[in-house]
Design a protein around this ligand. Structure first.
Ligand code: T4K
Length: 368
């Protein structure tokens, strides 16, 4: 398969010379951070592109999650999924909040709304679902439960850049949505993230919290953090935004090709989309069940032996890590669908520039 390893993803990078004018502007202005001109332009450009009202940029998605919880003053218990990246629940622990795990729906691998109500206690203040792999959660069912029990909803939308349902951006659901612009994401600023919020008042609070709680030169109104995105990262974002439709189109083609090539292989299942009007093809997860000739881990190793590095996102479950496994909701019997998915999933390489010949070779290896 060649000398160079094939990773699960590779960041999309526009031609370097296109970045130079942005750098020249930063060098000329000497404004490097603290909500400078690039930062302000990117916030507006992202609102326009995503079709949302208010966005606050961050230095990464994890600090954005931490701040989202602070912004809404979430305490007590928060219902969430064990089938995610650890940042989702670490943000709860860092805020002194108890995560309560609820199982996923095995068709979508997202939080199963039918199981949420049973996990609500007098301490529950919010639900933190994840649009896993960019596939939308059952947002209406989740909102209904939240309304009935007076709970807030913060979506971990780290994977969901640009995803739309029938009425527009998936990011407008819930009280807040949090994006990641990490290098491995569909839209990247090297490191970065954002909170999408519905009103100006909440944006002002979030903007204060990400800047130490400062208001003006001499006043501090909250114990804030340094969550600011630098001008360099914001400039990268402005450039990436010009190319993101192309990047998503490339991913779409790869997704279709995999589906054609893998169709009919016994024991291999591609995850269906969740009915989104516009998907972003952030990941290409397959599920390897007991009808396949070798185990999921056997296939993982086989591909690695051929220089292909798929990832088992998300194995192990978050609930299996030492800081979570003592929670009553972390018990295996409570999370059966998540446990099955974690043992079956394999995310195959998908990124702009992945050659068709490589996709065919990967499919061939899986078929053989
Ligand atoms: N919520 C959810 C649901 C998330 O998935 C994430 C992050 C967050 C919250 C937190 O957002 P951030 O704070 O990260 O903005 C990666 C990413 O580091 C992480 O951002 C991401 N989720 C998670 C799912 O995946 P690793 O440990 O798998 O990354 P790593 O370094 O192994 O990268 C994967 C492959 O990508 C490498 O094998 C090679 C390639 N790669 C990676 C980097 C960093 C490159 O080609 N270039 C690069 O610069 O966590």
């Amino acid at each position: 398969m060649g000398d160079k390893p094939i990773y699960v993803t590779q960041p999309y990078l526009p031609p370097l010379e296109e970045f130079m004018p942005y750098l020249e502007q930063i060098w000329a202005s000497k404004i490097l951070t603290n909500s400078g001109p690039m930062h302000q332009q990117l916030e507006q450009a992202l609102c326009d592109y995503l079709g949302v009202e208010h966005i606050s940029l961050f230095n990464n998605g994890t600090i954005a999650l931490l701040t989202a919880l602070q912004a809404l003053r979430i305490t007590g218990e928060v219902i969430t999924t064990p089938y995610s990246f650890v940042a989702t629940t670490h943000s709860l622990l860092w805020n002194g909040i108890k995560p309560v795990f609820v199982d996923i729906d095995s068709r979508t691998l997202n939080l199963d709304p039918a199981k949420i109500e049973a996990a609500i206690t007098p301490q529950t203040t919010a639900i933190m679902p994840v649009h896993c792999y960019g596939h939308p959660c059952e947002v209406e069912a989740i909102q209904k439960i939240a309304d009935n029990y007076n709970l807030r909803v913060i979506y971990d939308a780290a994977h969901a850049f640009g995803v739309q349902d029938d009425n527009g951006s998936i990011l407008r659901h819930g009280d807040l949505s949090v994006l990641s612009f990490h290098a491995t994401k569909v839209f990247n600023t090297f490191e970065g993230g954002a909170i999408i919020c519905p009103d100006e008042k909440t944006k002002i609070r979030i903007d204060q919290l990400k800047n130490f709680g400062h208001v003006g030169e001499t006043n501090v109104v909250a114990p804030g953090i340094n969550g600011k995105m630098s001008e360099f990262n914001a400039a990268l974002g402005l450039l990436q935004l010009k190319h993101v439709d192309y990047a998503i189109d490339c991913r779409k083609e790869i997704d279709s090709r995999y589906r054609e090539l893998l169709a009919g292989i016994k024991g291999i299942h591609c995850l269906n989309d969740a009915g989104e009007k516009r998907a972003n093809y952030a990941y290409f997860p397959i599920l390897v069940d007991e009808n396949y000739s070798i185990t999921r881990d056997g296939l993982y190793q086989k591909l690695k032996d051929h220089g292909i590095h798929p990832r088992r996102y998300f194995y192990p479950l978050i609930s299996g890590f030492s800081m979570y496994r003592g929670l009553p909701s972390a018990q295996h019997g409570n999370l059966v669908a998540a446990a099955v998915a974690a043992c079956q999933v394999l995310c195959l390489p998908i990124y702009p520039g992945l050659a068709t010949s490589l996709i065919e070779e990967i499919a061939c290896l899986i078929k053989a």
